[in-house]
Design a protein around this ligand. Structure first.
Ligand code: CU
Length: 395
């Protein structure tokens, strides 16, 4: 429109100039001069108007079809692909929604139980081989995972769950972990904080193709004692946030790492990117955001140790417990010589921290991330404390 008005103004000025020029030629016959000039100016106006109109419409027709029409076609094309397949696409951010009725109530309860079992440090039973090796099989597979009400997603897990099953071993154990890849893309395992052989480094070229499997073997040494984790070492940013991470606890050869603890809890903090957002926007404890995260029940007076793992691939977490000052006793599996009293413990991605406190104050105490948008699920109507939150209930 602006170009059109501009062209008109130019035509008008040109017309005036021509008019004066012609008047000068027909000095003695003024009315004849005006008449001729008007005809010429009129023709020019019509020619310019038609020209401008053609030019504008050509511009519009050049710009539109190449952008907007194929975009619509692409959208339609994508919606016809199954969500399961779409979830495996590297260029799509995060996990795709699954149908809200894709899981039965029983299946959802079973998923919540895996989160609770993990909190209570119920470890996966190994298969004992003839030479005493402990063999654990982790099958990476697509799963439909319930996050919160009306939110089922096409995620990935190990043995049907995220976080993956807890692996608990002790110093001296010969460990054999078999990774079976039932995903539609290559994957691999990486073990954080363990001095494993170089072929277990989890480089992308050591990835396991879909349908294949790979064996990871190592002997547990004293320096490995502590809270650790395992996760996908392939396309990590995407695959870890699809759910491919789990916990690994190493105990001493005899007894427990924390013999004085009356009760222990384990929380593997995870994240998902839902609703095709490029940033992590759902945060979980053992795979479940509040209100589905497991509550931790403690008896008054108990000495409590909580093992924390940050398995978010992109976010720090600042975990805080109401009502208590706790002590940081171990970081990344290394015990602190002098435990550090604190109210907020920060964890970088893939960092672990163990904290301790004596449960001398009865009550229901929130344990949550203090980066407060991590305590909101995307579908929350109100600013409720959900997401990366649970309750420590001391009675
Ligand atoms: Cu956080």
């Amino acid at each position: 429109m602006i170009q059109f008005v501009g062209a008109l103004a130019i035509v008008f000025i040109a017309g005036l100039l021509i008019l004066f020029f012609i008047i000068r030629i027909f000095k003695r016959d003024f009315s004849k001069g005006v008449k001729t000039a008007s005809i010429v100016a009129g023709i020019l106006v019509v020619v310019f108007m038609v020209g401008a109109e053609i030019g504008l419409s050509a511009k519009v027709s050049n710009a539109e079809p190449s952008k907007s029409i194929p975009a619509k076609e692409t959208k339609q094309e994508k919606s016809t692909i199954s969500p399961e397949l779409l979830a495996s696409y590297g260029d799509m951010p995060g996990v795709m929604d699954a149908r809200t009725d894709a899981l039965t109530k029983k299946e959802i309860e079973q998923q919540k139980k895996t989160a609770k079992d993990m909190m209570n440090e119920k470890a996966m039973a190994p298969k004992l081989l003839k030479d005493g090796t402990k063999q654990y099989t982790l099958t990476a597979n697509p799963i439909i995972w319930n996050l919160y009400e009306q939110k089922n997603v096409n995620a990935s897990g190990y043995n049907g769950q995220t976080s993956g099953p807890l692996i608990q071993v002790k110093v001296g154990d010969k460990v054999r972990i078999v990774l079976k890849n039932k995903l539609n893309e290559p994957t691999s395992l990486r073990f954080q904080g363990l001095s494993v052989p170089k072929q277990m480094g989890g480089l992308p070229d050591q990835s396991v193709k879909p349908g294949d499997s790979k064996v990871y073997e190592f002997t547990v040494t004293q320096d490995m004692v502590g809270t650790h984790d395992y996760f996908s070492g392939t396309d990590m940013d995407e695959q870890i946030d699809y759910g491919l991470h789990g916990a690994l606890i190493v105990d001493p050869a005899k007894g427990k790492e924390y013999p004085d603890a009356d009760v222990e809890a384990l929380f593997d903090i995870g994240s998902f990117k839902v609703d095709q957002k490029f940033d992590e926007n759902v945060f979980t404890l053992n795979g479940k955001p509040s209100p589905n995260s497991p509550n931790f029940y403690i008896k008054k007076g108990q000495r409590v140790v909580v093992r924390l793992i940050n398995s978010s691939s992109e976010n720090y977490h600042a975990m805080h417990l109401h009502g208590y000052t706790f002590k940081l006793i171990s970081e990344d599996g290394h015990h602190l010589k002098k435990p550090m009293p604190m109210n907020v413990v920060s964890l970088a991605p893939e960092e672990t921290a163990d904290i301790e406190f004596i449960a001398n104050a009865p009550g229901t105490w929130m344990f949550h991330c203090h980066i407060l948008d991590h305590t909101i699920n995307p579908d929350d109507d109100v600013d409720a404390m959900q997401g990366l939150m649970t309750n420590f209930i001391v009675k």
